[in-house]
Design a protein around this ligand. Structure first.
Ligand code: ADP
Ligand code: MG
Length: 539
């Protein structure tokens, strides 16, 4: 609202709230910092877990940055921007979500100190952009090349991504599974993550998690008269229903003679029988149908000893086609022997309380399944997140073909080289670049703190070691300074570059906001209490 000659002039809608200048900036920075602080304690192999209880009382116990943020249901617009950072990190490279958020919070904390020293936000933004670009260069320089065939290295990358998660105990086993799965489905350096199907069933132990060279479908066979397992399966994938189609329009059929009714039923039977005949003629002994299968057709199929599953998901049909080499046929008339796929065995197995269909032992499958087992629903879910992370990083490692040493090594190296670079830039930007370097070092500091070590001692040791080699990190599990690259603590370089990029972008974006204009809520607020906007999230 403005005033003109004492008359109020309404510019914005009633109920709109506005916060300006440094107040807006400080509120935004505070929101980002609080979120970053929340995640900070979960960082690294010695990080703690969070227990999240949603409005329905469902519990999630996790250490995974992006999962925590999603479950927290953050309201504040700046909070949402931070959540986006984690989501982008997750979808781009599959790991490093906590790092990205902690870094964003730290960059803003450092920026606040510069603002207090009267450095203008625009200068800080420029300095941060320069620093981020330089940091990516430094990371690429210190990276080591890795070949897609080097499974040993890829397994290390996977183990590293799972360290500190719920799946900790079985990480070697899971890493092996993940790398094998990725090797099966990758084409050159590209991995389509959709081709690795993940099924989970509580029960057993995490060590029982297995890789199936084929697809697992959470369904059972349609008829108990069918064989439970079929060896040397020749598989037909059928898109249409094995049913007699109902008329499209409401039709009335006048029957004048009981024989006609019988003829009608006979005709239906004949059609179903002929469908089964066509399947049999193709040589198939397994039918996986995307639509329904009529009771009578089920009966005929069972009589022929054909194993059948109905209402298979469309997404599974695609994977089945890639795993078995079958072609999905739309019409039974098209079905011939060359459309069939192959699997060494198709069987129905009881897993926990449910029956599942396993299409196993496919030849050179281009799509595979990881069946996750674990003591409880929570364990299975956390193992799933760990496996997703591991698949993501192995894929990321293949894509960029480069890895860096972990355990604080890249951060200390970036900070060191950035400080050298800052001097060459000079001016007030130099302050911003140095602040960026300090922010990056918050990662090794947090890793040490979370492991109960003295962060200053660790940092001093690391800085000293980096005068010799960029591969020195601090293993917080064994509490020792070492060449973490040789020790096999490695991460794809793009996990680090992506974290730097997205954290610095969001920090700059938040710094540049000096005015928040928020529309009033649509529904009527309770009388007497109008919340201040922007309101702080409550944790
Ligand atoms: P994020 O969501 O960012 O991946 P994590 O909780 O997975 O967060 O922690 C990843 C960090 O832990 C990385 O910086 C990695 O280098 C570090 N890290 C992993 N293993 C070790 C270790 N043994 N010692 C020290 N740091 C480690
Ligand atoms: Mg991680």
């Amino acid at each position: 609202m403005a005033t003109m000659g004492g008359q109020p002039v309404l510019i914005l809608k009633e109920g709109t709230q506005r916060t300006r200048g440094s107040e807006a900036r400080r509120t935004n920075i505070m929101v980002a910092r609080i979120i970053a602080e929340t995640l900070r304690t979960t960082l690294g192999p010695r990080g703690m877990d969070k227990m999240l209880v949603d409005s329905l009382g469902d519990i999630t116990i996790t250490n995974d940055g992006v999962t925590i943020l999603k479950e927290m249901d953050i309201e504040h617009p700046v909070g949402k921007m931070i959540v986006e950072v984690a989501k982008t990190q997750e979808s781009e490279v599959g790991d490093g979500t906590t790092t990205a958020v902690v870094l964003a919070g730290e960059l803003l904390k450092q920026a606040e100190e510069l603002l207090d020293q009267e450095v203008h936000a625009t200068i800080i933004a420029r300095g941060y952009r320069l620093a981020a670009e330089k940091a990516r260069e430094i990371l690429n320089e210190m990276a080591h090349e890795i070949s897609p065939e080097d499974e040993e290295m890829l397994r290390k990358v996977a183990v590293m991504a799972m360290t500190g998660k719920g799946a900790e105990k079985a990480k070697e086993h899971l890493a092996e599974i993940v790398v094998e799965a990725v090797q099966r489905v990758r084409e050159g350096n590209e991995v389509d993550r959709d081709l690795i199907k993940i099924e989970k069933k509580a029960g057993g132990g995490i060590e029982d998690t297995e890789l199936i060279n084929g697809i697992v479908i959470d369904k059972e066979r349609v008829h108990p008269g069918m064989p439970r397992s079929v060896k040397d399966a020749r598989i037909a994938l059928i898109k249409s229903a094995l049913e007699v189609r109902k008329t499209e329009v409401d039709a009335k059929i006048n029957i004048t003679d009981p024989n006609q009714l019988q003829a009608f039923i006979d005709e239906e039977e004949r059609m179903l029988r002929s469908m089964v005949e066509k399947i049999k003629a193709s040589g198939a002994n397994v039918v996986l149908c995307q639509k329904g299968i009529d009771d009578l057709a089920q009966h005929y199929l069972a009589k022929e000893g054909i194993f059948a599953v109905r209402r298979v998901k469309q997404s599974d049909m695609k994977k089945l086609a890639r795993a078995t080499g079958a072609r999905v046929v739309t019409s039974l008339d098209d079905l011939s022997e060359k459309d069939l796929g192959y699997a060494g065995i198709v069987e129905e197995v009881k897993i926990g309380d449910d029956e599942m269909v396993f299409v196993r032992e496919c030849r050179d499958p281009k799509s595979v399944t990881i069946l996750i087992r674990g003591g409880s629903e929570h364990v299975v879910n956390e193992a799933e997140r760990a496996i997703e992370d591991a698949i993501g990083v192995v894929a990321a490692a293949l894509r960029c073909g480069k890895v860096v040493a972990g355990a604080g090594a890249p951060e200390v190296e970036v900070a060191r080289k950035l400080r050298e670079y800052a001097v060459t830039v000079g001016g007030r930007e130099q302050l911003a670049i140095e602040a960026f370097a300090d922010a990056v070092e918050a990662i090794p500091r947090a890793l040490a703190e979370n492991a109960g070590l003295d962060p200053i001692d660790v940092l001093v040791e690391l800085r000293k070691a980096h005068e010799e080699s960029p591969d020195y990190g601090y293993d917080v599990i064994t509490s020792e300074l070492k060449d973490t690259f040789s020790a096999g603590l490695i991460t794809p370089v793009n996990v680090k570059t992506q974290a730097i990029s997205s954290a610095s972008e969001v920090a700059v974006m938040i710094l540049r906001i000096d005015d928040i204009i928020a529309a009033g809520k649509l529904e009527k607020e309770e009388e007497g209490e109008k919340p201040e906007m922007p309101s702080m999230p409550e944790f």
